[in-house]
Ligand binder design. Sequence first.
Ligand code: SF4
Length: 292
Amino acid sequence: MDEELIIDEHEFSWSLSRESLFTFCPRAYFYHYYASTGGFEQFSEVEQLYQLKKLQPLDLWINSICSESLRDFFYENPENFNIHKVARRYFNQGARSISLREWRDDPQKLNLFECYYGLMEINELIEHASKLLEKSIENLIESGLLDYLREIPYLDRKNILFPVQTNIGKIKVWCSPVLVWQEDGLLKFLTLHSAASNKIKADYTAGLHKIYAFNDLRIKPERVVTLNFDLKNGETSALSDEGIKSGGLIDYVKDSTEKMLSLLTDHKSIVEDNFSQKSDNCMKCKFQKYCN
Ligand code: SF4
């Protein structure tokens, strides 16, 4: 693919996941954010790239089911809420869709990396995913987190549009907390990362929540707390942004944006060859079927 795509640099959207894909491999970043544009239309030339872009790993699917179930529990506040049942309903919808390979006709439908690349046979994958989900939901219940959240008065729950977006200068910055609420004069965010996530990412997540709270809700950084629940080990911990020097996160976002934009020819168009291939990550890459 050597055609040039014109983009508007003022619309640049930054997120930790975008930064992380760029670090993983600049060419994968190019496929995901630029080359697959328009691929959701049937018979588009880049339909395959778009299908690959939408691939997600099993862990992320389980995480998204838990996030959706928690949001239903927290914001809709139904009586006799049964998180097992709700999570199972999301799971069954996804499992059915994968079994029928609905992604072939509609790439927006669920498609898992492990299944697509034959790392696991489909029934084995669904059984494994089912156990992972059960364990995650049990951890949520046994940790007492649901009981704690149930006590938050309904009016203190911030029902905002997820993912949340704020601005650093002209850069749109996105982050994806699962829940947000007020408590004891503090604004609290909940995330669902695994303990294996790196410390820098945790620091930046906590810092981004502070920037969002300050810019959009006029809440001082010292009144913002980020809690993380680890679905695998069932532990809740507070994420601190202490690893980031004052102003460091804003500089980091600006530098990172500059790095990504510098690969655009004249900052206006984008060419595949400008994005180098990082071959050590190919086996973990969702674009391996397409990339030469
Ligand atoms: S297959 Fe390898 S070189 Fe190609 S995009 Fe993926 S990680 Fe980069």
